[in-house]
Design a protein around this ligand. Structure first.
Ligand code: ZN
Length: 323
């Protein structure tokens, strides 16, 4: 009948989308193309219930909830369990969305984000395509599109946060697997890096600026790129990604004008190729505070910010911690 026809039609559309996506990815040159917007528009958008396809008993009330990303400031007496209970979601959904361990102590004033339904808050990375995220996390493409009200290509942008519905723990283990290769590439100190990362103190690292993402962490042109590059015009304000103390401000080789901020517990952030520093060594800076201006000093091909996060001097992939 009608609904059967609909299912067949949807299957056909999804097959077409997948085929198209693979065709696009293999043609290489169109990495900015995420999904044909006309095809995306064909993905059904039911007005009422969310069908998450999970078998948990809790999905009964999950279904009727509006899926949205909640931002929450920890208050005195809060625990992860209490917050999870209040919002009717799993503790894992909160822990994994904030890259913290569920046994970690949360601090008053700490900012948490989590979905209003079980799942993980995911920030779209450079080169991410919706179909790729869907297959990677084994979630139906139409579920991601529907839950996040994605109806056009313009909704799938680098840096945008979306909800990946499902069991947070399983989703997070996928993320861990993907990052392992990068982390082991830096091997030295990886054990301490891991324990440092589970520290709630590091939750809330912010983007130093909103520039165009031009280069990823990892192997690049036969070298190891220790950070990420964000292109922005000379003079664009660079902000501290987290509160800390300035431990270096000056010229350093290929980095050009560089600022290093120490955040304690072995964590440092690097801001390179700057045109101007607004801070001096020994100065305490707050997260979000303007510390420098974008430049093109050192070894560069154009103005951009080179940004690194290091744990015990070992660079890690900033995209794994920026939220
Ligand atoms: Zn760089």
């Amino acid at each position: 009948m009608k609904s059967v026809k609909k299912v067949v039609l949807i299957s056909a559309i999804l097959a077409a989308v997948t085929a198209l996506a693979f065709a696009i990815s293999s043609s290489k040159k169109t990495s900015e193309v995420y999904l044909n917007s006309q095809m995306l528009a064909l993905i059904p958008q039911p007005k009422t219930e969310l069908e998450l396809g999970s078998k948990e008993e809790s999905t009964q009330n999950q279904k009727s909830k509006k899926a949205e990303i909640i931002r929450y400031t920890v208050k005195s007496g809060d625990t992860l369990e209490a917050i999870a209970k209040r919002y009717g979601i799993s503790v894992d959904s909160i822990a994994e969305s904030n890259l913290i361990d569920k046994n970690d102590i949360i601090k008053v004033g700490q900012e948490l984000k989590f979905p209003s339904i079980n799942g993980v808050v995911y920030k779209i990375k450079k080169g991410d395509a919706l179909w790729d995220i869907a297959s990677r996390y084994k979630i139906k493409l139409e579920d991601i599109a529907r839950i996040n009200s994605i109806t056009s290509l313009n909704d799938v942008k680098f840096g945008k946060e979306i909800i990946l519905p499902g069991e947070a723990k399983l989703l997070a283990s996928e993320v861990q697997n993907r990052d392992t290769s990068v982390r082991t590439a830096t091997s030295r100190g990886s054990a301490s890096t891991k324990s440092a990362l589970s520290n709630a103190a590091y939750a809330g690292i912010i983007w130093p600026l909103s520039g165009r993402f031009t280069s990823a962490f990892g192997q690049r042109w036969g070298e190891f790129h220790k950070g990420i590059d964000l292109a922005a015009p000379v003079g664009t304000t660079v902000s501290a990604a987290l509160s800390g103390k300035v431990v270096f401000s000056g010229y350093r080789g290929t980095y050009g004008r560089l600022i290093i901020v120490d955040h304690g517990n072995g964590m440092e952030t690097y801001y390179a190729h700057l045109s101007k520093s607004l801070v001096s060594v020994g100065q305490n800076v707050k997260r979000g505070q303007a510390i420098a201006k974008v430049g093109a000093t050192g070894r560069v091909t154009g103005p951009h910010l080179h940004f690194e996060i290091r744990f015990n001097s070992v660079p890690v992939n900033p995209l794994s911690y920026l939220r």
